[in-house]
Ligand binder design. Sequence first.
Ligand code: NAP
Length: 311
Amino acid sequence: MSAPSDIRNVIIVGSGPAGYTAAIYTARANLKPLQFGGYQPGGQLMLTTEVENFPGFRNGVMGPELMIEMRAQAERFGAEIVDADVERVDVSKRPFTVVVDGKEHSAHSVIVATGAKAKLLGCEGESRLMGHGVSTCATCDGAFFRNKVICVAGGGDSAMEEANFLTRFGSKVWVIHRRDTLRASKIMQDRAKANPKIGFLWNTAIEACEGATKLESLRLRDTVTGEVRSLPADALFVAIGHVPTTSFLAGQLETDENGYLVTRDGAKTNVSGVFACGDCQDHVYRQAITAAGSGCMAAIDCERWLEANAH
Ligand code: NAP
């Protein structure tokens, strides 16, 4: 599986759990992967605090620490990791081209693991208190708010799903929506409305997340009357949608209507030799462990593809 020195066996784009796992597996397969991890490497786990559901850590692990360990593990096996953003790729002909800081890199195969970003409200205090009461993942952080007042921003299926899930923990769950009708599907709406722990604050915009070191209250504005008030809250889960990081591909790979890459038969995309893993192709599970698992799948699919295609 040797390659001319200027053509890499595989370039991995992205450095969350999916990208690092793909790097660990391809490095251990002696493929000498080159990984572009972005200027802010590590993915969404760099924005979280404690991770309690990643197997192998009985006492939990801090998100950034987990990512540092994954990276070091990949580097130990020879993965070359560069903290830079990929500007564009050309997968129309082989070898494929990946452009970073204006420089072209060639590879026989590419693994896309660029993840997705949770949309944020953009209000005052939201970023400052992220991981300190403000979260974008109920599965990850819900259990930290037992018997607390929990708020959920949004009116779509994600918000309904998060709100229902969070009633396992919270004493009260407020769904805060900017309009007076939900976007969520009827079945998800009915389920949320039938849940006695869930209350709805309609026509309500969140203007600020307040609290010195952790979230204490939300400043709310009635979008009809303009009235402003404060709501005591221990947690705010922002559930207003996600955006997969796939625009740099400029439509060369098949996506669904929301921009998520379509994978078939494991981690294969519609272009032979290009694989995708993690949240850029998964809008359903979105967990670190599922992303890592799909990174492993992409690496194994890639290794077999390189072997079959005599690179
Ligand atoms: P979505 O359907 O786009 O809904 C986003 C919600 O957030 C909308 O209610 C929207 O308000 C609100 N919102 C957006 N930007 C906002 C802002 N800046 N400030 C305040 N509110 C804002 O997104 P989603 O709920 O994540 O769902 C995405 C897709 O996944 C959908 O197709 C959904 O059906 C699917 N999904 C399915 C399930 C399931 O079936 N189990 C679970 C989750 C997601 P407006 O309504 O006013 O626009």
